[in-house]
Design a binder for this molecule. Structure first.
Ligand code: HEM
Length: 511
């Protein structure tokens, strides 16, 4: 932290390679011992020795660089005050469009109440403090989520909240003084969007995404209530991990084409499961697999505990291995018939209904991540100087920003409307009425992400292709937004679902 005031004249006298000071945002930095370690080289620092390097610095670095190297700061310029706003844990961003309208003080919302605001604040503090640092580290080194973070999320009921509203939250006092009974899909949306702010797409899935999309099916569809409660308790306390195992090398969105089989033993007490599953998020470290199987007369969903005959192998994808994406082999695995979800041969409805919350979560996430990319672009365009002007002074750039902002705002508005409908429907009404709209939203949100990623890289230039530095968030988004376009149903399948579902209720109307 700055501890002395220094005149600009004093700074100017430290202008040699072996005695090198500079000013950035009214603060004085002694870079003498840092010159040789500077990733941008010593020459550039020698060129600005003794001068005010604020513009040059922000043209090339993120604010976080100054925070990381705060020890180099030796004082503040006499009579001057730093201007750059350094966010604290939990803070809202003051950048226009960096937050959804409901979070900006000048705007009102028909959907969000005080409890949503309180929850938002508490979750953001948690994410900034505990999730983001680990997410950034794991995204790089590819190792899996720590048990410490899982325990923290279990103790604060964040694991439970991420399953959405339901009895599993009743009787609990949640973060931000929200009662478990009042937790609705708008609270759910808030939690999902805050978690995304850790800006690490692989870790976003590595952070128990498998649980979010599979334990929901256990809670809704497992007839064996004793086993259901046991599994829920084990998972929500962080002791055990669970994932969803549907897709195969043979079939992705074409769920009916799956080839993993479950054959009943002659005594009728077990199934013998054989087959493979591919792209199973968190599969590497899960204890339970909610698995789609072909049975004699249809499709059946089974809870398969990790045991002899279950093998998992890591699949490397375009995001970090921290997600634990697995190829899973079931080789004559014996599963008690009590482990069924829904009814035998009738598991299709289990998977289809469960998809709604999964897709709603994915929409929440990709829309929030798109917004962060818009924020990055707005900040960059405002600080980057090209052809002697700020980038934002170029009309062509403002056109791009306008398109990106409009896509994000339109998606968020639709998302909030769907969250409100979900909050006012039963699970079966959601399954019947919202599969189509959620499918259409996911399809539209990821097509929008495609446009936003494309424009953002053009705005950032080479930095949008570089994994560190100014463009790192844009580079990551451009590399990973396709996960949202493919996982949980592709854009084409979901758009088609939306129209087909609408056709079901088509009246006998003619032109
Ligand atoms: C407190 C002072 C400074 C610190 C702590 C610092 C630190 C860094 C770091 C960590 C990087 C790597 C960029 C990244 O991946 O995030 C970097 C890159 C760079 N820095 Fe600095 N820097 C300082 C001042 C300056 C100044 C004043 C200039 C120019 C006049 C400069 C020019 C550069 C250049 C040209 C690069 C390469 C950027 C790129 O490839 O896009 N640095 N600096």
């Amino acid at each position: 932290m700055p501890h002395q005031t220094l005149s600009r004249a004093a700074v100017a006298s430290h202008n040699k390679p072996d005695d090198l000071w500079c000013i950035i945002d009214h603060k004085v930095y002694d870079l003498t011992d840092f010159v040789d370690a500077h990733p941008g080289g010593s020459v550039v620092l020698e060129q600005i020795a003794g001068s005010d390097a604020t513009t040059a610095f922000y043209n090339l670095h993120r604010q976080e660089v100054l925070e990381k190297y705060s020890d180099l700061c030796i004082g503040v310029v006499e009579g001057e005050t730093p201007e750059v706003i350094v966010p604290k844990a939990g803070d809202l961003s003051p950048v226009p469009y960096a937050e959804p309208l409901w979070l900006r003080p000048q705007f009102k919302s028909p959907y969000f109440k005080e409890s949503h605001r309180q929850l938002r604040k508490a979750v953001r503090e948690f994410v900034d403090k505990y999730v983001t640092p680990e997410a950034q580290q794991k995204e790089k080194d590819g190792t899996y989520i720590s048990q410490e973070l899982i325990n923290r999320m279990a103790e604060t009921d964040l694991l439970a909240m991420r399953l959405g509203p339901g009895k599993h939250l009743h009787g609990k006092n949640l973060m931000g003084c929200v009662k478990g009974e009042e937790f609705d899909y708008l609270h759910d949306l808030v939690v999902a969007q805050e978690f995304v702010r850790a800006n690490a797409r692989g870790f976003q899935d590595g952070n128990m995404a498998g649980m979010v999309i599979s334990l929901t099916a256990i809670l809704q569809w497992m007839p064996n209530t004793q086993l259901q409660q046991q599994v829920a308790q084990e998972v929500l306390s962080g002791k055990k991990k669970i994932c969803l195992a549907i897709t195969e090398a043979f079939a992705g969105s074409d769920v009916a084409g799956l080839r993993t089989t479950a054959t009943k033993t002659p005594d009728g007490k077990h199934y013998i499961v054989s087959g493979t599953k591919k792209w199973i998020t968190n599969g590497m470290w899960c204890d339970y697999f909610v698995t789609g199987c072909r049975t004699e007369k249809g499709f059946t969903v089974l809870l398969i505990p990790r045991q002899e005959g279950v093998e998992t192998t890591l699949i490397k994808t375009s995001y970090s291995t921290t997600a634990g994406t697995a190829f899973v082999e079931f080789n004559k695995v014996k599963v008690p018939v009590e482990n069924i979800l829904g009814q035998e041969h009738n598991g299709f409805v289990v998977i289809m209904s469960n998809f709604n919350h999964e897709r709603f979560m994915m929409c929440s996430a990709v829309i929030r991540q798109s917004r962060t990319v818009v924020e990055e672009c707005l900040k960059w365009c405002n600080q980057r100087i090209v052809f002697s002007k700020k980038l934002i002074e170029q009309p062509a750039i403002r056109q791009k920003l306008a398109k990106m902002i409009s896509l994000v705002e339109a998606n968020q508005a639709w998302l909030e409307q769907i969250a409100y409908q979900m909050s006012n429907m039963t699970y079966s009404q959601q399954s019947k009425l919202l599969g189509g709209p959620i499918g259409l939203l996911k399809s539209f949100a990821t097509r929008s992400a495609h446009e936003i990623a494309d424009e953002a890289v053009n705005i950032f230039g080479g930095r949008g292709l570089t994994q560190s530095g100014m463009g790192r968030i844009v580079e990551q988004f451009h590399r990973t937004y396709k996960f949202d376009a493919i996982l949980g149903g592709t854009e084409e399948i979901l758009a088609d679902l939306g129209v087909r579902q609408a056709m079901k209720g088509f009246p006998k109307a003619m032109l």
